[in-house]
Design a protein around this ligand. Sequence first.
Ligand SMILES: NC(=O)c1ccc[n+]([C@@H]2O[C@H](COP(=O)([O-])OP(=O)(O)OC[C@H]3O[C@@H](n4cnc5c(N)ncnc54)[C@H](OP(=O)(O)O)[C@@H]3O)[C@@H](O)[C@H]2O)c1
Length: 214
Amino acid sequence: MSGVIVFGAGGRIGRAAVDEALRRGYDVTAVVRNPDRHGDLRVAGARLRGGDVTDPGSVAHLAAGHDAAIHAAYDAGSPPDVFFPAAARALVKGLAQAGVGRLVAVGLSALLETPDGTRLLDTPVFPAHHRSFALAHAAGAAVLHDTSAAPPDWLIVSPAGDFAPDSPRSGGYRLSLADPTTSLTPEDFALALLDEIDTPSRHRVQIGVAPQGN
Ligand SMILES: NC(=O)c1ccc[n+]([C@@H]2O[C@H](COP(=O)([O-])OP(=O)(O)OC[C@H]3O[C@@H](n4cnc5c(N)ncnc54)[C@H](OP(=O)(O)O)[C@@H]3O)[C@@H](O)[C@H]2O)c1
């Protein structure tokens, strides 16, 4: 059985990724900062571990023996311009040490291109108060873009718009440029994450996904 490790497994997207990976028959390790708060992940069938996605040693130790990793971590308590680059650097180093070949990271719609090629972040409709957070995400993505061709083979998957936890899942998704009019359930989004682990089709780029049919 192949192994997938999910960093940020206690969050909205991380939980959906764990569920979808279990549903597909993967051996899943769910990494959270405090396992005592997330015992339900163990009940669901994942191996629950405490760890820190910003610490390369923690990443390497936990990821050993896995085939792929998902990065869905976000720490609202630390400055985003520190957290996202630190997590990206730790994942690149730690996963390489652990021999994990594939990294699928959750990105931000603001960094996707609009139809004229401008990033959503750089368009007049983008809210100014979200700009610094988007730039912090971009700094994390830049760490991945700056890597050589050595493993891990990474991919950033972003919602084209936003997440809609309360919407019905469509059971599918489509690739999309930035489209703030769309909202995707975490469950549908997780299909894209796991498809790119099952059969990697895109490499060292960012893609956007929207709900099927709208
Ligand atoms: N429109 C968009 O593009 C959009 C919208 C929403 C979110 N996002 C992105 O999606 C990603 C996931 O967001 P989310 O809403 O699922 O976040 P979330 O619900 O806040 O979950 C994040 C998880 O990461 C865990 N975590 C925090 N620091 C960690 C660390 N150092 N090591 C390991 N785990 C850590 C958190 O704490 P515990 O481990 O304690 O549980 C939490 O469970 C983020 O990158 C976010 O920016 C994009």
